[in-house]
Design a protein around this ligand. Structure first.
Ligand SMILES: Nc1ncnc2c1ncn2[C@@H]1O[C@H](COP(=O)(O)OP(=O)(O)O)[C@@H](O)[C@H]1O
Ligand SMILES: [Mg+2]
Length: 244
């Protein structure tokens, strides 16, 4: 049984249908990459999954529970949010907090763990990611790549069922893309399930186990990474793969 299955997700913003009839499923340990041009609806899809936007229609099966988007109760919202963590495109760190405090914050205020436990979890992750020497630096004292990695550690610290990434490589120097790719492959080795939105093809090919091609809010193609990249079915995806 899938970890997460989305059926018939729809989202309208300002009377424009941004996402239409989105269906997909993801198993434990999968890295699902959502590819598509700018404006395709990729960010809106991630924001809909973690309920920063409320989908208008559709349902999900998550961790063996069925929830309808049109009748979300607070327990459903808590259920979904506690299982997901997001790594934002612009990092979204607290500028007035150090790297380690940024990792600890959602543990203390979201998961209600003690300060001591949060500190231990954060220290362990910083050590694993070879970022220990950055623990007491503020975001402004870190490079974009380092801020991104703190954002990843902050998500991982919550031990979510799925980590969502919005364009994790887009604000980075090409030289730093490899580091983020390695972080994601390390998470994959730990069987962390991930959904990654990107328009960066080379990066997608390195990390994806499954892929979705989104165009104008619709899934045009959905396949294992191998078939997706080597045997694209639609003209749209063929062109996207050729031109990116
Ligand atoms: N808050 C919003 N209100 C109205 N339209 C929006 C809003 N956010 C995004 N859109 C529109 O939704 C479409 C998809 O945007 P987005 O999800 O950001 O695409 P992507 O991440 O693939 O570039 C775009 O046409 C965009 O203009
Ligand atoms: Mg986007």
């Amino acid at each position: 049984m899938s970890l997460l299955k989305i059926e018939g997700l729809e989202k309208t913003l300002n009377s424009e249908k941004i996402l239409a009839d989105v269906n997909f499923s993801i198993d434990v340990g999968d890295t699902l990459v959502v590819l598509g041009k700018s404006g395709a609806g990729k960010t809106t899809l991630l924001r809909s999954l973690n309920l920063l936007e409320r989908p208008d229609k559709g349902s999900l099966f998550f961790d063996e529970r069925k929830i309808n988007y049109s009748s979300l109760a607070k327990v459903d919202v808590d259920f979904i949010r506690s299982r997901l963590a997001m790594v934002f495109q612009n990092y979204a760190l607290f500028n007035n907090k150090t790297a380690i405090e940024n990792i600890m914050e959602p543990l203390i205020y979201g998961k209600r763990v003690s300060k001591e436990t949060a500190q231990k979890i954060a220290q362990k992750l910083l050590l694993q990611m070879e970022l220990k020497d950055k623990a007491d630096l503020y975001p402004a004292e870190l490079s974009g790549g380092q801020q991104q990695r703190i954002g990843i550690a902050r998500a991982e610290a919550l031990a979510p069922k799925i980590i969502l990434f919005d364009e994790p490589t887009s604000s980075l120097d090409p030289a730093l893309v490899g580091t983020i790719t390695d972080d994601i492959l390390d998470l994959q080795k730990k069987r962390q399930t991930m959904i990654i939105v990107t328009h960066h093809l080379e990066f997608a090919e390195k990390v994806a186990t499954k892929c979705i091609f989104l165009a104008k809010g619709k899934i045009l193609e959905s396949n294992s990474a191998e078939i997706f990249f080597n045997k694209p079915q639609t003209q749209e995806l063929k062109e996207f793969l050729k031109n990116n």
